[in-house]
Design a protein around this ligand. Structure first.
Ligand SMILES: C[S@@+](CC[C@H](N)C(=O)[O-])C[C@H]1O[C@@H](n2cnc3c(N)ncnc32)[C@H](O)[C@@H]1O
Length: 421
């Protein structure tokens, strides 16, 4: 008998091994089991042991691969494309009629009652809920009665998740449908699909539509809560630095606040657009950090202000992914001009991995962000090599001196540049 395992058997073995390992860790440490039920955890941040985290990731990756393998190429296209599009459609319809909020948390509700409470016709309500239920968003344990799962409850209670679905359905989908047209007019990607779908650039559209802008702000607030702050603090040795850190495009100073708490040897100057000044100052004050963090209104397409010159560290966190290369050069040139010979320039970004560096599941998340940046802003995520190339155009002497990237972190890689002759 051949000892060579088929791909099917390999994936199944990996799943079995990792599931056993993760289950033992959760049981031994008395931690909640993943589940679709309403009271299940909505994220797995409590899995802190690196081996258990690795087992969780292996399960997600091998599980997804096995799922794709078992569909067959023909079915895979149909299943994945159709279910994604129509689940998005169902969620958009249910969102419009506030269906998610009308499902009680403590019991099931009949479709009839839900239809009369929401105003969505019985037939369409049933069809949309049943479509969503196939992705574990709602469930129908008793025929004719809908109850929450962990996912539908998250949608009902977490406004940034709700906002994310709204933006995905009403802006990302119609925009990405224009990708071929955008690339036909500019094969180098100088036209954003969003501009064709909405007739104007992303931020202008938000300025003209305050309601859309408010929804987008909720998505951003959720992204910050989930992705930023503590991970950036934890993955990098910030305690090497003293003196002044200038956070270019630092929003309301949320990252500086997280850094300040663990680095009393640093002072911070948060720079962002003037409309954020009031919010930033009250945020910094509420955190009791006014003596360590100051906010200054500054447009990063103009020279750095006097207070920011010769700082020890310049930080640009998730800033340059918003811009095409030429614009990034402009932003970076202004920063570099104000650096001292021993200043450090630190970029925090979701670094694109090199081929084979990450599992497919993790890479898919970063690649989706990259395509999203193009879709909305004709911008991009970059690899460490891309950043190196970009920086070389700004100043040949700037070299990468340290990287903390994938797989240590997926969304918050830290790349440090310094002058080296
Ligand atoms: C994706 S957010 C990143 C915020 C923060 N650094 C972080 O990591 O969460 C990009 C930031 O760039 C700011 N920004 C956009 N255009 C700017 C400009 N011309 N000058 C200064 N800041 C700008 C935005 O207001 C926003 O806070």
């Amino acid at each position: 008998m051949s000892t060579h395992l088929s791909q099917l058997a390999q994936l199944a073995a990996e799943i079995s091994k990792s599931a056993k390992q993760l289950d033992e860790y959760l049981t031994t440490n008395n931690l909640p089991q993943p589940s679709f039920e309403i009271d299940a955890p909505v994220n797995y941040d409590y899995i802190v042991d690196p081996e258990a985290r690795q087992a969780q990731l292996s399960l997600a990756n091998a599980g997804r691969k096995l799922f794709l393998l078992m569909q067959s190429p023909t079915e895979s296209f149909k299943f994945n494309v159709m279910t994604t599009i129509h689940t998005m459609g169902a969620l958009q319809a249910l969102g419009q009629f506030n269906v998610t909020e009308k499902v009680p948390f403590d019991k099931a509700i009949s479709y009839d009652e839900l239809a009369s409470k929401t105003g969505l016709g019985l037939d369409m309500l049933t069809r949309c809920v049943r479509m969503a239920s196939t992705s574990c968003i709602f469930q129908e344990k008793t025929p004719g009665y809908v109850s929450h799962t962990a996912m539908s409850k998250l949608l009902a209670t977490e406004e940034s998740t709700q906002a994310f679905i709204t933006i995905a359905a009403t802006e990302a989908l119609p925009s990405i449908a224009k990708i071929a047209e955008a690339l036909k007019s500019s094969p180098e990607g100088q036209v954003a699909p969003f501009d064709l779908a909405f007739g104007m650039p992303f931020f202008e559209h938000k300025k003209k539509n305050p309601a859309k802008s408010a929804v987008f702000a909720k998505v951003m607030a959720g992204t910050k809560k989930q992705n930023r702050g503590q991970e950036v603090v934890d993955v990098f040795d910030w305690d090497r630095f003293t003196g002044l850190l200038v956070d270019v495009g630092g929003s309301v100073g949320h990252l500086d606040a997280a850094l300040a708490k663990q680095n009393p040897q640093l002072n911070f100057l948060t720079e962002d657009l003037p409309q954020l000044k009031e919010q930033a100052e009250s945020y910094i004050q509420a955190d009791g950090l006014s003596s360590q963090i100051s906010f200054i209104a500054h447009d990063f397409f103009t020279p750095q202000p006097e207070q920011a010159k010769g700082a020890n560290v310049y930080l640009l966190s998730h800033v340059i992914h918003d811009w095409p290369d030429q614009k990034c050069e402009e932003i970076l040139r202004h920063v570099v001009k104000s650096m001292a010979p021993d200043s450090s320039l630190i970029l925090v970004e979701a670094l694109l991995p090199e081929p084979g560096q990450l599992d497919d599941y993790s890479e898919a998340i970063i690649r989706a962000h990259d395509m999203g940046m193009f879709n909305y802003l004709k911008a991009k995520q970059r690899s460490a090599k891309d950043l190196e190339k970009l920086m070389k155009l700004v100043d040949e002497r700037l070299k990468i001196v340290k990287i903390v990237g994938p797989p240590t972190t997926r969304m918050n890689s830290v790349v440090e540049f310094a002058f080296r002759s």
